[in-house]
Ligand binder design. Sequence first.
Ligand code: TRP
Length: 335
Amino acid sequence: MSKQRILTGITTSGTPHLGNYVGAIRPAVEASKNSDVESFYFLADYHALIKCNDPDAVHRSTLEIAASWIALGLDTDKAVFYRQSDIPQIPELMWLLNCMAAKGLMNRAHAYKAAVQDNETAGEDADFGVTMGLFSYPVLMAADILMFNAHQIPVGRDQIQHVEMARDIAQRFNHHYGEHFALPQALVDDDVPLLQGLDGRKMSKSYGNTIPLFLTEKQLKKHINKIKTNLLEPGEPKDADSSSVFQIWQAFATPEQIAEMREEFAKGIAWGEAKKQLFELVNAELAPARERYEALLNAPDEIEAILQVGAEKARAISQPFMDEVRRAVGIRPLA
Ligand code: TRP
């Protein structure tokens, strides 16, 4: 049997934060070392254009995200690490999938529905400000996945629906043109923590409550000090489970350290002390990668070279496969 393929994309808008790290990057870097599966990780820069129309921001984010993954130890020999826009077959496949995807299915996509809902609340036309990019976002994502016949798609909960849509589109294509696509499945890891941000809500760029992944030590300390806590004094017992400080601690600590900190909370550790220990723990895990990250940011040609090797590996698969799919729909030489 051929190896299972794991594939996931990272949208290149914004700077990676601790939530991205514990939820996606750290598990993916671990998985990239496993030789029993083939892993595909890519920078979804076409997806970035849906949310971000600032060319410098898209470009900068691509650099930062690539540098982060490499600095954190992604095994780019074992895994295929590439940039979506280096694979011309992806948008090509998207068109064929567009011609198979039901518009009604896209109407039900959460991101689109949320935009319509916001417009209705604001008394605007339902589609005000909605681009075709936003509307057909799930079809581009289906092309990313189906292009490489990936089986398992590690994603956050908010992306499960998109993977199901890819599966739907694949089924419809296969039914009509013959079995060409593997049916993908979302892989949601319940063991990875969903981090809370500075204000206690889910850490997310859209809430502006994140702790960026690569800060200087000083800035990291500052951010950790800003995590919202209650007014309990030193010596007063504190509830670990409702605390963002403890929650982030859990994402970085060993089981023994977690048990110890739980004790400390019960005994009334001062917030300042808990934050100091949290800073030390997080910093110890990130410090070595931080140095590599800074070096990589100053050597974009090195990153570019790594991405080009990845793109070649990816195109070695996508090119012949796209030929197969084009033939299947009746696009082939006349003679
Ligand atoms: N839409 C995903 C996100 O915002 C990123 C993404 C693009 C993706 N293409 C993908 C994830 C294909 C998995 C598979 O998180």
